[in-house]
Design a protein around this ligand. Structure first.
Ligand SMILES: C[S@@+](CC[C@H](N)C(=O)[O-])C[C@H]1O[C@@H](n2cnc3c(N)ncnc32)[C@H](O)[C@@H]1O
Length: 345
């Protein structure tokens, strides 16, 4: 089997994309900044400049697709879609929805807040059977995986009882991200190719499409190939805030080697790439983060170009991409069935 190429570029995509040839890439699969200052990260303060999407349009082959992850928040979604349309993309496609069955509600528990205001003790009525912390205050994505035992409490005040179960605000458990799909028009590629690509997905993924159900990646997956020190992730919540729960117990944020806060699952990116490309095609990610799109491209045998601006993340990317394809196949065995490559991975 022919060995695929992987090109990594450290720098700003606004500049670096200019090096790439017109009409040279078969898919752009990316997870850009959402402009919501996730975990106070500087790189997430604003949406990508429109020029980047214009450059992506130029380098994509006509008839090829762009798959862009986005927060489900309406303000983020509509701006992202508008920027892509302004760059020339045909946006008349339905999104794919990544669901991960975890996440933290962003609403506050009304009853608890009333009791707090009244200075009333709540009665412990049981233990939370779910090991994950699902306290309303902890909204950060990377607190996933924290283990602990939480008390389930009930109000002892009339007002608290009245509002038991009610949530303030309207940001329930997110548990979903959109993958916006656009196309560079005027292609010669046939829609039959797309049907055949779809058929290459594993049966369980085809069954729920356009919902792709994949859990967030485990620490082991994120750290695969990394050999540095484990570090505590700066979630933005550890600054001046004690991570303790209503029963007074402290929780520690697990350390890991991959310090990128928004690493996506390799499986998810493999399915996206499978949907829009064939073996040997070129995939581009101009917001590479910790390199997941590159790992997925290697796993399912696509050529890859990735751009990342932060040196700290580029070091992580290089280590993740140093894992041999054979070892990747071993690790992801049984999760990807790619008929195009005639491999039962
Ligand atoms: C949401 S993260 C991508 C995470 C990735 N999907 C993963 O699984 O690791 C977005 C990344 O884009 C990078 N970035 C933001 N603006 C950029 C730009 N103009 N050029 C290159 N990289 C940029 C940030 O440093 C960040 O690592």
């Amino acid at each position: 089997m022919k060995k695929m190429e992987q090109h990594l570029i450290l720098g700003d995509s606004a500049e670096q994309l200019k090096q790439l040839k017109d009409n040279s890439v078969d898919l752009m699969a990316t997870d850009p900044p959402y402009g919501i200052s996730f975990m106070n990260k500087g790189w997430d303060k604003v949406l990508p400049p429109k020029d980047i999407w214009t450059e992506c349009y130029r380098v994509l082959k006509p008839g090829s697709f762009i798959a862009v992850m986005s927060s489900p928040r309406s303000d983020v979604l509509y701006r992202m879609i508008k920027d892509l349309e302004d760059a020339g993309f045909d946006m008349s496609f339905s999104p794919i929805l990544w669901t991960y069955h975890s996440g933290f509600p962003k609403a506050s528990d009304t009853s608890k807040m009333i009791d707090k205001r009244l200075g009333a003790e709540r009665e412990v009525v049981g233990k939370n059977p779910n090991e994950r912390i699902n306290k309303a205050e902890y909204t950060a994505y990377d607190l996933n995986g924290l283990k602990g035992e939480l008390n389930i409490t009930s109000s002892n005040t009339d007002l608290g009882k009245k509002y038991e179960g009610s949530k303030l605000g309207f940001q329930p458990k997110p548990a979903i991200e959109h993958i916006i799909i656009g196309m560079k028009p005027h292609g010669q590629k046939s829609y039959i190719d797309n049907v055949l690509n779809f058929e290459a997905l594993p049966d369980n993924i085809k069954m729920t499409y356009p919902f792709i159900q994949v859990p967030k990646p485990a620490k082991k997956e994120k750290d695969l190939g990394l050999n540095g020190e484990e570090k505590k992730l700066d979630t933005g919540l550890n600054k001046g805030k004690k991570l303790n729960t209503s029963n007074g117990k402290d929780y520690t944020i697990p350390s890991r080697k991959n310090t990128h806060p928004t690493t996506k699952p390799v499986k998810l990116m493999s399915y996206i790439i499978t949907l829009f490309t064939r073996e040997g095609d070129w995939v581009l990610d101009p917001f590479l983060g910790s390199g997941t799109t590159g790992v997925a491209a290697k796993l399912i045998n696509r050529n890859f170009i990735g751009i990342e601006r932060e040196k700290e993340y580029m070091d992580i990317i290089k280590q993740r991409l140093s894992v041999s394809r054979t070892d990747l196949i071993k690790y992801f065995k049984g999760v990807i069935k790619d008929e195009q490559t005639k491999l039962d991975l």
